[in-house]
Design a protein around this ligand. Structure first.
Ligand SMILES: [Fe+2]
Ligand SMILES: [Fe+2]
Length: 204
């Protein structure tokens, strides 16, 4: 299972740039910050799924698949919150999410409803993929065995979500178009990661 999952994660993510190895060490010493940022990532995932349902009620497969995802992502928020509480740490205020904002910059603003829909789905797939990769780093690189296991659970969930968003995009839009645009997103994300500051107080 261990090997399969690692292999699976490596293959599916398709990310073009692995996380800077220094990031885990930085995150390790800022647990309150990283847990707070993580909690809001989960909240945003839940909120975005609700918004996608509101904007696409005619897409029944999407509604059917994203409804339980809202519950799952909110469950993740609660798991992170419980971890903060257990350690007597505070859920801080939400920070500016530079990574997500830069991804939103790349979304096509004009164009057809279909093009905008595709970019929204691929943005979600990318956030899930990068989150999965980051959780994998934490699950392998942290000193604390308990926290390694904690992040492993998230890594497994987010890998499933990445594939769900791609599958949903391909259900509604020509596969070739999806693959082509996904390739553009991967290149953009690589440049984004390359130019971003390595910060241990952020998941991304
Ligand atoms: Fe999640
Ligand atoms: Fe997720």
């Amino acid at each position: 299972m261990e090997n399969n999952l690692s292999e699976h994660t490596r293959n599916i993510l398709g990310l073009k740039l692995p996380t800077d190895p220094r990031w885990v060490n930085l995150a390790e010493i800022q647990l309150e910050e990283i847990l707070t940022d993580h909690a809001y990532c989960e909240q945003k995932a839940a909120t975005t799924c609700i918004s996608l349902i509101q904007k696409n009620p005619e897409k029944s497969l999407l509604v059917q698949e994203l409804s339980p995802l809202v519950t799952e992502e909110w469950g993740h928020f609660r798991m992170v919150l419980a971890e903060l509480n257990k350690r007597d740490l505070q859920l801080g205020r939400q920070r500016k999410d530079v990574y997500v904002n830069k991804l939103i910059d790349f979304q096509k603003k004009g164009g057809s409803h279909e093009e905008r829909f595709l970019d929204q789905m691929l943005t979600m797939a990318l956030i899930e993929a990068r989150s999965c990769e980051r959780f994998k780093r934490l699950s392998e690189g942290l000193d604390d065995d308990y926290m390694r296991k904690f992040y492993r659970k998230f890594m497994e969930s987010e890998a499933g979500h990445y594939t769900l968003f791609i599958t949903l995009a391909e259900h509604y839009i020509d596969k070739k178009i999806v693959r082509q645009r996904w390739a553009e997103w991967l290149v953009y994300e690589k440049e984004l990661m390359n130019s971003a500051e390595v910060r241990g107080d952020r998941i991304h």
